[in-house]
Design a protein. Structure first.
Lengths: 258, 396
């Protein structure tokens, strides 16, 4: 099984600021698969996504991550991006002064090189933005600056579309979206599904999984996957919550984190 | 140039010189000068003929073509002869600047001065491009007067150039005054880009007024000099007037930048927007001093002020002091200020999109000048400004 895996997370331990947050995560995504991760606030989902992308503050103390069989250890975030790993941020940061247009062009050039002729880039951006209902006026605004929650998530989705990743990690891309936007964004994610591609979708709700059907669902608690199953598992979680899993959560418990 | 100075101008400038000599330079405790030292400064000492410097056409500017369209463009003395009445009117200092020593110095001693008049209804084709040249070590009082007639449209840029090689101790002083009045329903887009030599201390004063329905936008970018204090006084004079100001400073070494903006709203339904961007490295300092004044008559004012500073080194410093003086409840105001170094989270975000760290850093830093530079009206001006910004990278 490991040989045909597209994305392998093996016994991953991650520390932040000296505190162990991930305590051995193992997960394999085969080409064409969509996996979902659900779990309580503070259980380590975003930590996992940052560690996968190579955030310098998130230290991998044990285990490894392979993309297409290649170990990502030691690779800077930009190198991971160029190997076509993509992360849609739960909280995309604002970068005042850098326009959306300039940023998108720079990242497309960085990740896809000469794959698209320069004059096609603009057209591509316009078409994809339109499909996501992102108005043209956003292009000249500062990146994520003053954007609403939902607008940021649409922009993350736009970037995923434009960068054509082999593996996309989507950290709560559904949160903050209104009902119509959720459908549109989900559709854009779903239509990216292909036999070469893998998606890791982090979410709190079943809603998006109605549109983007996961091959596997994993339950994350206290830095570990405590249960895995098919798409039905998400439905079950939605009904029953996390308590029935009977695992002591050292994190925030069932209280919502703000 | 005709050197005959009409008697009325002679006496007006004489009067201003008298005012100037009776004014003590403001001290550090005075409003507006908390972050700008006037130590060892002598203003208005140079005799007019000895102090040199010039305002001329900028690159590629065809003043003749502008004149052919009906634009009036003349130096002070010519204008004093040819357009006596309108110039006398235009030379009056607005009350905001009446006691400002630097505004007075520029007006009293102006060795280089330009009077630009756009007749009512004229939509000027092309950019009015000015280049001011400041010679080493001298005192350079400078004056730009712009009158935009009702319904007219104009775009103007002044690039301020200084000599690069400055002898040790040869401090230069540049006092510049812009008096800009934009008539009813007229549109003016103005830009100033400052590249003074490295030992030049400069004090810029600009008065910008917009009549009913007028739209005025000012871009101010500053790169040069040892000290730059720019005082902008904007005033919406009629309903529907809108004034937009965007300032970008990029500091390095031991430069001091002080951006002092006051936006006055004294009539109903006007709007203003002030954006300040500062990126400072080395031991440079930047200050933003923002005042928003809305009188009881200024109902339904829509005003926005935002200052952002980026610190590129441990020793760089930035301050923002926004002040609001609002005498009516029926207004929409937003203001804010931030001072921070390049954020790790921002870098990570850009890197996660394939952009290498060094380039990501450059994008973030350039992002503090681009909101102004990208809007400059000519390709040449944009290129020079980008080059000036890029040349400071080593000092980040
Ligand atoms: N930079 C950091 N410094 C200190 N603690 C951190 C840091 N990043 C994460 N943590 C801690 O690690 C734990 C996991 O956080 P993480 O953001 O990964 O949770 P999550 O599962 O994504 O939660 P949510 O569902 O609320 O998004 C939390 O206790 C959090 O406070
Ligand atoms: Mg999270």
């Amino acid at each position: 099984m490991a040989t045909d895996a597209l994305f392998e997370i093996q016994d991953l331990h991650v520390s932040v600021e000296g505190k162990e947050v991930l305590k051995g995560v193992t997960l394999n995504i085969r080409p064409g698969e969509v996996h979902a991760i659900m779990g309580r606030n503070g259980s380590g989902k975003t930590t996992l996504s940052y560690a996968l992308m190579g955030h310098p503050r998130y230290q991998i103390t044990k285990g490894r991550v392979l993309l297409g069989g290649q170990d990502l250890a030691g690779l800077a975030p930009d190198e991971r991006a160029r190997r076509r790993l993509f992360l849609a941020f739960q909280y995309p940061v604002a970068v005042p002064g850098v326009t959306v247009a300039n940023f998108l062009r720079s990242s497309i050039r960085a990740v896809r090189g000469d794959e698209i002729p320069a004059r096609e880039v603009r057209k591509l951006i316009v078409a994809e933005a339109q499909a996501l209902g992102i108005p043209d006026s956003f292009m000249s605004r500062s990146l994520n600056d003053g954007f609403s929650g939902g607008e940021r998530k649409r922009l993350e989705t736009l970037q995923m579309r434009l960068l054509r990743p082999r593996v996309a990690v989507l950290d709560e891309t559904d949160s903050g979206l209104d009902i119509d936007a959720l459908r549109v964004v989900s559709e854009r994610i779903e239509s990216l599904r292909s036999p070469e591609r893998g998606v890791l979708l982090i979410t709190h709700y079943q809603r998006m999984l109605d549109y983007v059907k996961p091959d596997q669902v994993h339950v994350f608690l206290d830095g570990r996957i405590v249960k895995s199953g098919g798409a039905d598992l998400a439905l079950e979680l939605e009904k029953k919550g996390y308590d029935w899993l009977g695992v002591q959560d050292a994190g925030m418990g069932s209280g919502a984190r703000t | 140039m005709n050197s005959a100075r009409p008697a009325w101008l002679e006496s007006e400038q004489g009067r201003l010189k008298g005012v100037l000599s009776s004014l003590a330079l403001p001290g550090r405790k005075e409003e507006g000068y908390r972050y700008t030292s006037l130590k060892d400064l002598q203003v208005g000492v140079a005799q007019a003929p000895a102090a040199s410097g010039s305002i001329g056409p900028g690159e590629g500017a065809a003043w003749e073509a502008l004149r052919a369209q009906g634009v009036y463009l003349a130096d002070l003395l010519t204008a004093a002869r040819e357009r006596t009445d309108s110039l006398r009117e235009a030379l009056k200092l607005p009350r905001q600047l009446e006691k400002d020593p630097f505004a007075i110095a520029a007006l009293a001693n102006a060795t280089a001065a330009l009077f630009v008049q756009i007749p009512a209804g004229l939509k000027v084709d092309g950019v009015v491009s000015l280049k001011s040249l400041h010679p080493t070590g001298a005192e350079f009082p400078r004056l730009v007067i712009l009158d935009v007639g009702a319904g007219a449209e104009v775009e103007l840029i002044e690039e301020q150039m200084g000599e690069e090689q400055v002898a040790a101790g040869a401090d230069g002083l540049a006092c510049g005054l812009w008096l800009v009045r934009v008539g009813e329903n007229a549109k003016a887009r103005l830009s100033s880009v400052q590249y003074w030599g490295q030992n030049t201390r400069s004090f810029e004063r600009r008065y910008l007024s917009a009549a009913k329905g007028a739209e005025l936008r000012l871009l101010d970018a500053a790169f040069g000099g040892s000290q730059w204090q720019c005082r902008l006084e904007t005033e919406c004079l009629g309903e529907g007037a809108r004034i937009e100001v965007k300032v970008a400073v990029r500091g390095s070494g031991a430069q001091r930048f002080d951006t002092w903006v006051s936006a006055l709203h004294g009539v109903p339904r006007t709007s203003s927007s002030v954006e300040h961007w500062a990126a400072v490295g080395g031991r440079a300092k930047s200050t933003f001093n923002g005042n928003l004044v809305i009188t009881p008559e200024g109902v339904q004012t829509d005003a926005f002020q935002k200052s952002r500073s980026l610190l590129l080194s441990r020793e760089a410093e930035a301050n923002a002091v926004p002040k609001l003086e609002i005498a009516t409840d029926d207004v929409k105001c937003a203001h804010g200020a931030s001072v921070s170094p390049v954020g790790d989270d921002q870098l990570f975000y850009l890197e996660s999109r394939g952009i290498p760290r060094a380039e990501a850093e450059r994008m973030i830093i350039d992002g503090f000048t681009e909101p102004v530079v990208s809007l400059l009206p000519t390709e040449g001006a944009r290129e020079r400004a980008m080059k000036a910004a890029a040349s400071k990278r080593g000092d980040a």
